[in-house]
Design a protein around this ligand. Structure first.
Ligand code: HEC
Length: 474
């Protein structure tokens, strides 16, 4: 009797599983998007090895895209240099793993205002803007990925909260890993080398989120980030100086612990305020100084020393900078700035270095010596229990769409990637439908800018709402 009862329970359970979460399989020659269309929330889509030329859009909750790697053969998403994004996902609970994503004009994989996201075991290669790009999400895991050849950031955490970025490898990008206007970010056990700059913790003005904080940068190898800056002309990332291991720009409560930081030709860590960047937009809601940045026990080796080829790269960077934005701070003491292990920019409070004596320092007179109680050790992860994530309700569709999508590339008064909103407002005054039409199917307008990726997947309701929001934005 007991056994029978038990088997009934098991049978019911299996049956329920089968109804709630189906599995789909996509083979080479088939379309992954067809499986996404047929699938229901909670399903898993397995992708067999092969080359897929697709731009995937996932708008369902709890979907999992899982590549099947067989005897070293990966499923490859290839944009051939003509498609825009590899994967755009807006459903929460999205997982993507075991895919090789390459040659897209915009992003490799991006999630837009999705919570509980996992992106892992991905190879992301040669994309025009970001490689792995969660934006406006909470509870995000980015782990065990390789990103290289990305013209902005290999891994870009944009306006997220509770994010773990761990065990990734990022090289040959302009920025290896970037956390921007994000809170509660753990960047741990990553291997970040041969980028223009290894890790960026930035607070930028004029974005929907106004601050960054509680960022732990721990146990990473940050080495040899000395390559030429190949960011799109005029964009913010194009002004990142080559040779910088880490740059903290106006972010607060950043802890560095147990990193190995070596052979970065300008500086191991730069702690900067907005004033250090020429013509930085001023946002009254954004506090422009880096505060409470704590540099605890780390191993610094040979930072701030330029070889001949570093000098050539520096010279080219400087010429480009002076032409596009003006003379950067620090250049007043000579064309080649004095570098070091830690470089400050004379602004910020509560900054400290634990072992300053052995380090090569510049402009760090306002740093004190850290207390013993400052360690990040007790913190293992930034993620919170899923049932503790409060639901976010937005009653303004236009504002929400702008924050989740357009703000990744547009700011009010300066060129983030696309032109400033001010310029769009002037051009499309009284013509919201013009914005809708452009965003649905952008054409090339400005020379020197990348082409804007089409946003038709958003649908007309969201596009109209966002166009109205943009025209009213202050
Ligand atoms: C991945 C980056 C990116 C995202 C995301 C993005 N844009 Fe753009 N946008 C650009 C770039 C780059 C240009 C400049 C293109 C050019 O001049 O050829 C641009 C230009 C524009 C223009 C100016 C067109 C013109 O006629 O001059 C409008 C309007 C616009 N974007 C609206 C939007 C809206 C609305 C959204 C959100 C739904 C959005 N953009 C999201 C990158 C982006």
């Amino acid at each position: 009797m007991a056994i029978n009862k038990f088997s009934i329970i098991v049978a019911t359970f299996v049956f329920a599983e089968a109804v709630e979460a189906a599995e789909w399989r996509v083979a080479s020659g088939e379309k992954i998007q067809d499986a996404i269309t047929k699938s229901s929330p909670g399903d898993t889509i397995f992708i067999e090895p092969g080359i897929y030329h697709e731009n995937l859009v996932v708008d369902k909750a709890n979907l999992k895209l899982s590549g099947v790697v067989k005897t070293g053969q990966w499923p490859i998403l290839d944009g051939k240099g003509t498609l825009n994004d590899g994967i755009i996902a807006s459903g929460s609970g999205f997982t993507v793993e075991w895919l090789h994503i390459r040659n897209y004009k915009a992003n490799g994989v991006t999630t837009q205002a999705a919570d509980n996201v996992i992106m892992r075991h991905l190879i992301v290669e040669k994309t025009g803007i970001y490689g792995i790009y969660p934006t406006l999400g909470r509870n995000v895991v980015v782990e065990d990925n390789v990103t290289f050849g990305i013209a902005d950031a290999g891994i870009y955490i944009g306006m997220c909260q509770h994010t773990d970025v761990r065990r990734n490898e990022a090289y040959d990008n302009v920025a290896g890993i970037e956390a921007e206007n994000s809170h509660d970010v753990l960047i741990e056990n990553n291997y970040v080398y041969r980028n223009t700059s290894g890790i960026l913790a930035f607070t930028l003005p004029e974005l929907p989120k106004k601050s960054s904080g509680n960022i732990i940068i721990r146990n990473n190898l940050i080495a040899n980030n000395n390559i030429m800056n190949f960011g799109a002309k005029g964009s913010i990332v194009a002004s990142v100086p080559p040779g910088s291991g880490v740059i903290v720009l106006a972010a607060d409560d950043v802890v560095f612990e147990n990193n190995t930081i070596r052979d970065n030709s300008l500086a191991g860590i730069i702690v900067a305020h907005h004033g250090a960047i020429p013509h930085m937009a001023k946002d009254p809601e954004v506090e422009p100084n880096p505060d409470r940045v704590k540099i605890l026990n780390n191993l610094f080796v040979n930072n701030g020393r330029k070889s001949f080829s570093d000098l050539v790269i520096w010279g080219r960077y400087l010429v480009k900078q002076v032409i596009s934005t003006g003379i950067p701070e620090g250049a007043d003491e000579g064309v080649v700035p004095r570098g070091g292990d830690v470089v400050g920019t004379k602004a910020g409070t509560g900054l400290c270095i634990k072992n300053p004596d052995g380090l090569k320092l510049r402009d760090t007179e306002h740093f004190s010596k850290c207390d013993d109680g400052d360690a990040s050790g007790s913190m293992s992860t930034m993620l919170v229990a899923q049932d503790k994530l409060p639901e976010v309700k937005s009653d303004n569709l236009g504002e929400q769409t702008y924050a989740a999508i357009c703000a990744g590339c547009h700011a009010m008064n300066y060129q983030l990637i696309g032109p400033p909103v001010k310029e769009i407002q002037a051009k499309y005054k009284g013509n919201p439908e013009g914005i809708v039409n452009f965003a649905r199917a952008p054409v090339k307008v400005r020379s020197g800018f990348p082409q804007m990726p089409p946003q038709a997947y958003l649908g007309d309701e969201k596009l109209r709402a966002v166009a109205a929001h943009i025209l009213l934005k202050k």
